[in-house]
Design a protein around this ligand. Structure first.
Ligand SMILES: [Zn+2]
Length: 100
């Protein structure tokens, strides 16, 4: 999968922008395997408008380093910290990973 990494603060984005939305530094395009592990997660019961709840939101630590916030696929059972996940696509509400 294609990622955009901030040269300043190291934040990882999946959608390109010229500059980091957090610190304003330039972005660097980088390919990532799409594999990672669940660093932490929570079940969201009060989501943004129009989002069916509950859903699982996870902080995924990518194989190449760095963490991104992503939704876990709907069919995910209760995940555990350290579960292996793989990128499954970008949804209207951001990246989605599924548990391997
Ligand atoms: Zn930044």
């Amino acid at each position: 999968m294609e990622t955009f990494v901030c040269a300043g603060c190291g934040r990882i984005y999946l959608e390109g922008a010229e500059r980091c939305g957090h610190c304003g530094a330039e972005m660097e395009q980088r390919q990532a395997s799409g594999r990672g592990v669940v660093y932490s997660f929570s079940s969201v019961h009060m989501g943004a408008q129009g989002m069916p709840t509950p859903y699982l939101l996870a902080l995924v630590e990518l194989e190449e380093g760095g963490r991104i916030l992503a939704r876990l696929a709907d069919d995910a059972s209760e995940p555990s910290i350290g579960d292996k996940v793989v990128f499954s696509g970008l949804s209207d509400t951001g990246p989605v990973f599924r548990i391997l």
